[in-house]
Design a protein around this ligand. Sequence first.
Ligand code: C2E
Ligand code: CA
Ligand code: CA
Length: 561
Amino acid sequence: MEDFDFVKRPILIVEDEPVNRLLLAGMLEENYEILQAADGREAMRYIEKGEDIALILLDLLMPNMNGYEVLRALRERKLLTQIPVIVLTSETSAEVQSLNLGAIDFIPKPYDAPEVIRARVRRIIQMSEDSAALRRVGQDPLTGLFVPSFFFRRIERIERYAPDRVMDAMAINVNNFHLINNLYGRACGDDVLLILADALKNEMEACLGVACREHGDNFYLYMEHHANPEDMLIRIADGVRQRAGIKTLRLRMGVYPEVDRKVSMEDRFARAEHACQTLRGNYTRRVAVYDEEMFHNESFANNLLESFDEALAEGQFQVWYQPQYDIRGDVPVLSGAEALVRWLHPRYGMVRPDKFIPLFEANGLIARLDRLVWHTAASQVRKWHDEYGSKLSVSVNVSRISIRDPRLEEDLLDIAQHTGIHCRDLVLEVTESAYADSMEQLVNTVGNLRANGFLVEMDDFGSGYSSLNMLTSLPMDALKVDMKLIRHITDSEKDLHVLTLILDIARSLALPVVAEGVETQAQFDLLKQLGCDRIQGYYFSKPVTAFEFSHFLVQPTGKPA
Ligand code: C2E
Ligand code: CA
Ligand code: CA
């Protein structure tokens, strides 16, 4: 449809008067390929052959098979939605009848206004192609909104006609949409998306903007610059909350305002989305605007992504280890270590995983990094066993992506075999949010891993949307309580209460509990008193290199100096 002016569409002229056929052909042949039929039967032959016809100009009164019969035949074959028909007629009553039969428009005889005819033909072909193309690929089947590729092209077209307008690109997202799916069911989730799409459509109609569903619960808007987009978002969210009947539903929005037209369409929305991402986990703000700082962060992120392969090849990733102590006895005893990756970047120096793990998770690179870390950690365990006769196990992080990888089990078994360790020496930390994403699948995966002898711990418990009853239905070997929950146990009654509750339930399930991020003596004492099994945190040690870690192996009991 975009190349409307360059491709000659075929038009079938069905008319028994040769003069009329010639007249019409003459008006149109410059812009269209003309097919001619002298009666309905001949016309049907073209159609049955499956000829790609953009439009039919149909006379009504003809020998053999007249225009009404052609319309009926087309209707029976359900072809009228694909091929628009304009009826050629001289009487008003016939016009009404043929419109009723499914003709889309009519051209009155005699043909004395060529420019009107050309304009009609052009408009109808365009309309029909627009809607046909949309039905095929341009429209999101659930919401009826544009899909991104069409959306982008639509914007390009708008911009051709209004090159001076100042526009905003926006990304809208439902907070914790997966929870709506999990709690209320997919059908309800679909409803929410439909209602939201509808609200966006209405909003955009009012301001000549366009909306698109990017995927899942991600939507894009493109509209004339809006001084206060938050008002708009509040209005939309209120409407959706009400119609969907979900009081807790929240929307967030990222805005890339006053777009620079030199920035590609994809990048404009990537910026809006980037702004939106910064709101993740933020419950006080719902709108974020893309700015200079984000631009710098983004180029930092891009540089990291681009240097990933090089970093792997040149061994810039290092694995550090943080000790874990069993605190059930009189003195703490070294019980394990968590492997934590570090990036010694030639330009940025030591980069913390918080800066790059989320990036690599977003594009799948994390799967490769995970394997490097697992392999390194497993080889290290083997070395420690050999050199120090230790029985230490090492915990590794399994990213959200890796835990869904069908080859996970095979890869881990390979690593264990290659490095010559027992599966039980590799503890797999699976983050709580991965469980929340899709319980059922994870229960299976984790079940298989444990059947192979790997130990599996739920990481970051209490950092997100864990529910306590999740614990009863999931197979795992230990629970690792997130440091956010530990931080305030000595000064917040509430946090202490929550932690006590978790410990009680874990105890009733015979599930060992690891507390991480323990920094102070007071936290340590309290956790010991509450019956926590193991502890990891600065109280004992920060993560250190493999070399430095040997200190702990030499003296595995008591608090390290
Ligand atoms: P995590 O798995 O929750 O790891 C614990 C993080 O807490 C580590 O940060 C550790 O250095 C830090 N930490 C430990 N004790 C304390 C403490 O007492 N106080 C404070 N304030 N922090 C403490 P790190 O190494 O920066 O890792 C951050 C996150 O990055 C990790 O959180 C994990 O989600 C991810 N990560 C790290 N290494 C890997 C890896 O090899 N693979 C994958 N997939 N993710 C990794
Ligand atoms: Ca971890
Ligand atoms: Ca953790």
